[in-house]
Unconditional design. Structure first.
Length: 323
């Protein structure tokens, strides 16, 4: 098995093992969520997303779509279960709101169960089809593949820069601006994790003053910045280490802002559903329920705008690839 196919095989084996273990569980979707099916699904989706731009677009796009459907469903389950846990011990949250979140969590778990049934996720048929697509792929030789991956990475960076500049860093929506920008940046972090040693972080010769603010101890030691190594490969995608760590900082900070904003949003939705409030009234009451420690949407969007404008002006993303 060549190294390219092996990258897929590592994630597929993890997924297959989890799906096999879930077969006889009373609630397969919940069990798979609790046992982190989402991580290998993310990795598989990321690999397929990238390889669809390198060769065999139709086959890899199909793999990506199938992985994305399950990963997205797991993400929605995570959204409601996370707030279910957070709100459970908060006495300020009305019981009717907690019941609404419980209902939504159970509803989304059942949606995932139905997807698993529809997509033959709990038997070997879906895995077999993915493996057949991989076996017939026109895998590139190592040097050509790395060159193609570098071109793809460069194109992704250009797309992110274009998106960020199009906003003029005047964010007005947590999901459409903050969440979307973080999602795009996060793929640049997921690809190296999934590449199993084909990506190397190269130490920057000089650490400029504007970079130091991103190099916090927490981010430097993050497992997301530790890549697998390979003694068998000759060619690598080389990324500047400080720039990649700075990328991790941005992803983490935007994640905190996103979660703070979505906390308001989930309460808004619950209040509109249970008390039939208008959007503005629901937001006002959500802020009252959450208390003074909860930042407002306006302040969160301003914070996201500020750190994003600074990050992109520092051109750390543009210079991410070591050339």
């Amino acid at each position: 098995m060549n190294k390219s196919m092996q990258r897929f095989d590592i994630q597929i084996k993890k997924i297959a093992t989890l799906l096999d273990n879930a077969k006889n569980k009373e609630n397969p979707a919940l069990w798979l969520y609790l046992n982190d099916l989402r991580t290998p699904m993310f990795m598989l989706e990321g690999l397929a997303k990238m390889y669809a731009n390198l060769h065999n677009k139709k086959d890899f796009s199909k793999i990506k779509e199938q992985a994305k459907e399950i990963e997205d469903a797991l993400g929605v389950v995570d959204f409601y279960i996370s707030f279910q846990k957070e709100f459970s011990s908060n006495e300020k949250i009305p019981i009717v709101i907690k019941q609404f979140i419980d209902l939504k969590a159970n509803e989304k778990i059942e949606v995932l169960n139905q997807i698993l049934i529809k997509e033959n996720g709990l038997n070997d048929k879906r895995i077999d089809k993915v493996q057949k697509r991989l076996k017939k792929a026109d895998w590139l030789k190592e040097e050509k593949e790395i060159n193609a991956i570098q071109r793809y990475y460069t194109a992704e960076i250009a797309e992110i820069n274009e998106f960020a500049n199009s906003t003029k860093f005047e964010f007005d929506n947590v999901e459409e601006d903050v969440h979307e920008l973080r999602r795009m940046l996060r793929w640049l972090s997921i690809y190296p994790q999934a590449m199993q040693g084909a990506v190397k972080l190269i130490a920057n010769r000089v650490t400029s003053e504007n970079v130091k603010k991103y190099l916090t101890k927490e981010i430097i030691n993050s497992p997301f910045n530790q890549f697998a190594t390979s003694k068998e490969l000759i060619y690598f995608l080389q990324l500047n280490k400080n720039n990649f760590i700075s990328l991790s900082w941005m992803i983490a900070e935007l994640g905190k802002i996103k979660d703070n904003g979505l906390r308001i949003k989930v309460l808004e939705d619950a209040l509109q559903a249970t008390e039939y409030l208008k959007t503005a009234d629901a937001e006002t009451k959500a802020m009252q329920v959450l208390g003074k420690t909860q930042p407002s949407l306006i302040s969160l969007l301003q914070e996201a705008s500020t750190i994003s404008k600074t990050y992109f002006s520092d051109k750390l993303l543009t210079d991410l690839i070591n050339k």
